[in-house]
Design a protein around this ligand. Structure first.
Ligand code: DXP
Ligand SMILES: NCC(=O)COP(=O)(O)O
Length: 239
């Protein structure tokens, strides 16, 4: 079964536009879980453009499914995650000023750095995942870091899906097979949507979790949050 973890960054983006608490990030997280969401993902960025440090702490007791915190492992981020102890941390090598995440790790180049940080999280009992482009040759080094999982960065899939879905998925399938051979769990995310999710989930073996935010929150404007979460769950259902 592939779990749906809903990324609520964009709820915070909307809230921050007025500085109050509407829409409430915590209420959204509670509702999403009531509607069937199997996890909550957040990606607190250093400039707090959406999720704030306070949100991270406010959400912790309310996430009863699986709490996944994504981010670039600067010292401040590491210490916060060690303090909050979510079920999973996803390491993303994004520049502070990047508009959104735009690349996976070069696991060969950053092997020592990642190995050290992953050991810290593992010692605290936090599952670790490394954001990765669909490049099978990087998987071996991801495994060497001691990470539990990789998260496939799916922006290229989403872009190419509308042109040629078979060639769009090929590098992801190849990377997924290598990950399984190295005993790594598999997550995926970025620009997944109601349009492109089913084909991805149907064709990628051993997909444990997808984290979806931008499209899901946008679609919820038209369909409502409950209907949208349900629609995503249907895309992931195997029957
Ligand atoms: C790692 C990843 O692909 C997502 O977390 C993405 O970074 C979302 O972040 P934004 O909502 O800031 O675009
Ligand atoms: N890890 C990917 C994620 O959490 C959500 O990405 P997106 O759906 O907002 O592009």
């Amino acid at each position: 079964m592939t779990k749906l973890s809903v990324n609520i960054n964009k709820i915070a983006t909307l809230r921050n536009a007025r500085g109050g608490d509407m829409p409430s990030v915590t209420e959204a997280a509670v509702k999403i879980q009531e509607f069937g969401g199997q996890g909550i993902t957040i990606h607190p960025r250093p400039d707090e453009r959406h999720i704030t440090r306070k949100d991270v702490y406010d959400l912790k007791p309310l996430v009863t499914t699986e709490f996944n915190i994504e981010g670039n492992p600067h010292r401040e981020f590491i210490d916060m995650v060690l303090d909050v102890r979510p079920e999973q941390v996803t390491l993303v090598p994004d520049a502070d000023d990047a508009i959104t995440s735009n690349a996976g790790w070069d696991t060969r180049k950053h092997l020592d750095f990642l190995t050290e940080i992953i050991a810290e999280f593992k010692n605290a009992g936090i599952r670790t995942s490394i954001f990765l482009d669909p490049q099978p040759e990087l998987v071996e080094y991801a495994a060497k870091t001691g990470a539990d999982r990789i998260e496939l960065y799916t922006e290229a899939y989403a872009k190419n899906y509308i042109v040629d879905k078979e060639s769009a998925i090929k590098p992801y399938y190849d990377t997924a097979v290598v990950a399984a051979n190295f005993g790594l769990g598999l997550n995926a995310g970025h620009d997944l949507s109601l349009d492109n999710l089913k084909y991805f989930a149907d064709n990628i073996p051993n997909l444990l979790e997808v984290s979806i935010g931008h499209a899901l929150v946008s679609e919820a404007l038209y369909m409502g949050l409950e209907n949208t979460v349900q629609a995503y769950l249907k895309r992931l259902a195997k029957w």
